[in-house]
Design a protein around this ligand. Structure first.
Ligand code: SF4
Length: 578
């Protein structure tokens, strides 16, 4: 079965901005925190906000305290005034594109124009827009309703930002013919237009279309309508639990899209479920490969193998012989720490990777034993190299183990930073530094050349590569991490800036082995290794262009780049022996 996933699926700019503001509100603004009406039309996101203490008020009380967040759809202007008069602080999360429509309406209403809004009268965005038109506002849901409105001397027409583009084109044609003195403003949001155009295109190539989003979300409903109009069955679902396996199993190609208020983690869950529909069981070899890949990733065996390969590569660059025990130390340390991290990070996996969360809950005991055993074995092997490598590894293991532990009471000078994980960006940097130490510094320390130029360059290269890998995964996990309050580097810098920095870092990492090779610091192998950061850059671009959604395939490919480094090193060593 082939699955086509819409590149435009998921949060639009306005919704993402509003959700980010709501998630940040408890730490930035006076509590209690409220939203005026539901923030967005997605019950799962609303449940999460409720868990974080963000409650909904639907009526403005005579008096109150705390902060009220205005949702992305906006509100009539008097609502903000009344909220302030009641005693609330107001944060305005109205989408900038909705504000633009509000401005057009206010300006023309003040000049005496009648304002006709094409949209759904009951929709909160339209309610808000009407408030800016004063007594000059009218709403028409369809061309028929528009034709029944009175005739005005002068009028403007605007569209609800999520209106069906075809309907607005029809409206404009009718206005041009019957009321050429009316002025039409194309206020449908680009993101809506692109989403609708894409669903129409995908619907033409598939046997069934799945549209993910809240049942009360107007823009999601319209996506389903557009797909149906193309002639394919469209299934509007809220979560993977609504999937109808029987119907979908008849399809050979399935399209998946989502409304503007659907978070990534729900889309991911739907994609994962469709990928493993019961009717795909017979797919034999493919299914077995899929299960094997997933098991290797979930148990961290593949990540550990990648660390072993990276260590082998680093040793070859530093010309360290007899690398196998060092590679084992790297593999066992990474296996131990990543497994422990997964065990203590179940809360964010609930949103980022529900399959992993379920796996770790199911096998908690055996995975804990595996993590402890591998950590102890790594220390034992390090011990055979002497006291310094042992102490270095022990320090790193203790740091890894204490990452999630409260090291200081919360009511002290460092309040808010009682655990290492509370330090912003600590996760991304610590993982990279730990990998750098076990894959390059530890072998160098064991062989007595910790400060040779090659060691320093190799350490920087290996650490940089892992930093890029971890930051990339952090970008994919931003929504889930933000919900549980994890301060990763992408959350601090924002997605666009993080991707820009990732690209620069990867370019530097591609140049480093080339230049070091030319300077004679690295052996000729350095030239071949530029392929790893280059391939990483390619993956980042593939994902950013929307050709691959977050999921285990993307994760598997990213982790495979360390295995690739090992393969390149092995090939060079075999060629040299010939
Ligand atoms: S659909 Fe467009 S106008 Fe509406 S909230 Fe999203 S970005 Fe803003």
């Amino acid at each position: 079965m082939k699955i086509i996933i819409a590149k435009t699926a998921g949060f639009c700019m306005g919704v993402r901005r509003a959700v980010d503001m709501a998630l940040e509100a408890p730490s930035k603004h006076g509590s209690p925190i409220f939203t005026y009406g539901p923030l967005i039309h997605n019950p799962q996101v609303l449940d999460l906000l409720d868990e974080k203490g963000v409650q909904i008020i639907r009526e403005i009380p005579d008096s109150g305290s705390g902060t009220v967040l205005i949702r992305a759809h906006g509100v009539p202007p008097d609502v903000k005034t009344r909220l302030r008069q009641a005693g609330f602080s107001v944060i305005d999360a109205t989408c900038p594109r909705v504000i633009k429509v509000q401005t057009i309406i206010r300006k023309h209403a003040q000049k005496g124009y009648a304002v006709i809004i094409i949209g759904d009268r009951e929709h909160p965005e339209v309610t808000g827009l009407l408030g800016f038109a004063g007594d000059k506002g009218y709403v028409a849901r369809s061309l028929e309703e528009l034709t029944s409105l009175p005739v005005f001397d002068k009028a403007i027409l605007v569209a609800q930002t999520t209106l069906n583009t075809h309907l607005f084109e029809e409206v404009k044609d009718w206005v041009q013919t019957h009321h050429p003195n009316y002025e039409c403003f194309h206020t449908i949001c680009d993101s809506t237009a692109e989403r609708q155009a894409e669903v129409q295109e995908i619907a033409g190539q598939v046997d069934a279309m799945i549209v993910v989003g809240g049942h009360s979300s107007g823009n999601t409903q319209r996506l389903a309508e557009i797909a149906e109009a193309v002639g394919v069955p469209a299934y509007h679902i809220e979560t993977e639990a609504d999937l109808d396996f029987k119907d979908l199993c008849n399809a050979t190609t399935i399209g998946i899209t989502a409304g503007a208020s659907t978070p990534n983690w729900i889309i991911n869950r739907v994609v994962h479920t469709v990928e493993r529909l019961p009717c795909q069981n017979g797919a034999g070899v493919l299914k077995a490969v899929y299960t094997l890949q997933q098991t290797l990733l979930m148990t961290n065996v593949y990540v550990a193998a990648g660390a072993g390969c990276l260590c082998y590569t680093c040793a070859a660059l530093m010309k360290i012989p007899n690398i196998l025990p060092h590679a084992w130390v790297a593999m066992l340390y990474v296996l131990s720490m990543h497994t422990l991290n997964n065990l203590t990070g179940l809360k964010s996996d609930r949103y980022n990777d529900p399959d992993r969360e379920a796996f770790y809950r199911r096998h908690r005991l055996s995975l804990t034993c595996l993590a402890m055993l591998s950590g102890a074995m790594g220390l034992l092997i390090a011990c055979t190299y002497g006291i310094t490598p042992f102490l270095v590894l022990l320090t790193m293991s203790v740091l890894g183990l204490s990452y999630n532990l409260k090291l200081m009471p919360e009511k002290n000078i460092m309040a808010g930073y009682s655990r290492i994980r509370d330090v912003p960006g600590s996760k991304t940097i610590l993982i990279a530094a730990a990998w750098g130490v076990v894959t390059s510094a530890l072998p160098a320390i064991s062989t007595g050349k910790p400060f040779a130029p090659a060691t320093i360059f190799v350490f920087l290269w290996a650490t940089g590569l892992v930093l890029a890998r971890t930051a990339f995964f952090d970008i994919l996990d931003m929504q889930g991490d933000q919900i549980v309050g994890k301060e990763t580097i992408p959350i601090l810098l924002g997605e666009a800036r993080s991707i820009r920095m990732l690209r620069i870092l990867l370019l530097v990492l591609a140049m480093l082995p080339l230049l070091s090779g030319m300077a004679g610091v690295f052996p000729p192998l350095g030239y071949g290794l530029a392929i790893c950061p280059a391939a990483m850059l390619l993956l980042v671009n593939i994902h950013e262009k929307g050709f691959m959604l977050p999921g285990f395939r993307l994760e598997f490919l990213m982790e495979s780049l360390f295995i690739l480094a090992g393969i390149v090193t092995l090939t060079f060593s075999l060629v040299q022996r010939l």
